[in-house]
Design a protein around this ligand. Structure first.
Ligand code: DX5
Ligand code: ZN
Length: 220
């Protein structure tokens, strides 16, 4: 299984965003996790297409765009144009989830579906075969720097069993409160993409990325 670190730029210094992205890219992050918030699906507002476009040229890493937005299909085409490679939408924010997933794929992006902590893993049963990734939120979405919700660990195991049973290769991403303290238990439970905001950007970002990668190397 391929293990990927996805630093969340929400915790980066926005005044130096290009160099913050370059630092983690050079250090070996596989994805750049980009949190888009609309002030409706989640309380806060982060940034949108122009900011994403402005950092597109500083790395060729996968732009993993986490849409914390109501009816995100409205922005799929604009996100593709801004440089998104993978568009991840919340199950709770899409009235017609299948349509939105097909729309994302038809635009040539990878498609992901995200679940809030309290949304059951089983809710992706029918869409599982259609997506490249399932994102399990391990905090309530909207802010960086929150505490990991422990019950999500069991949910990762449940989802991994569903994926393996069907012989799928869907990625499991975990997002929120992830750090070196709980990364190992998440990998053991079956996650293979870890998002880390504060755990990467607090302190020496390059060294933090390397520490995660060292841990991943033990599991690859
Ligand atoms: C939360 C965002 C996360 C956040 C993670 O709503 O989706 O991606 O940036 O930040 P940390 O790793 O600090 O919990
Ligand atoms: Zn996120």
């Amino acid at each position: 299984m391929e293990y990927i670190l996805a630093p969340s730029i929400l915790a980066a210094d926005f005044g130096n965003l290009r160099s913050e992205v370059e630092t983690v890219s050079r250090a070996g992050a596989g994805y750049i996790h980009i949190d888009v918030m609309d002030g409706m699906f989640v309380p806060s507002i982060s940034f949108g297409m122009p900011v994403i476009q402005s950092i597109r040229s500083c790395t060729d890493k996968v732009f993993d765009v986490h849409m914390m937005v109501e009816e995100p299909g409205r922005y799929a085409e604009a996100m593709k144009a801004a440089g998104a490679d993978l568009l991840c939408v919340h199950q709770e924010a899409c009235r017609h989830l299948d349509r939105t997933i097909q729309q994302i794929k038809s635009l040539g992006m990878k498609a992901g579906v995200a679940l809030n902590p309290a949304t059951p893993a089983e809710s992706v049963e029918w869409i599982l075969g259609e997506v490249d990734m399932v994102l399990l939120m391990s905090v309530n979405p909207g802010f960086g720097g929150q505490k990991f919700i422990p019950y999500v660990l069991e949910k990762v195991k449940r989802l991994r069993a569903m994926i393996d049973e069907r012989g799928l290769s869907t990625d499991i991403q975990v997002d929120g409160g992830v750090g070196l303290d709980n990364a190992e238990s998440l990998l053991k439970a079956g996650a293979n993409i870890l998002v880390a905001g504060s755990a990467v950007y607090k302190g020496d970002a390059a060294a933090n990325v390397e520490a995660f990668l060292k841990l991943f190397a033990q599991y690859s």
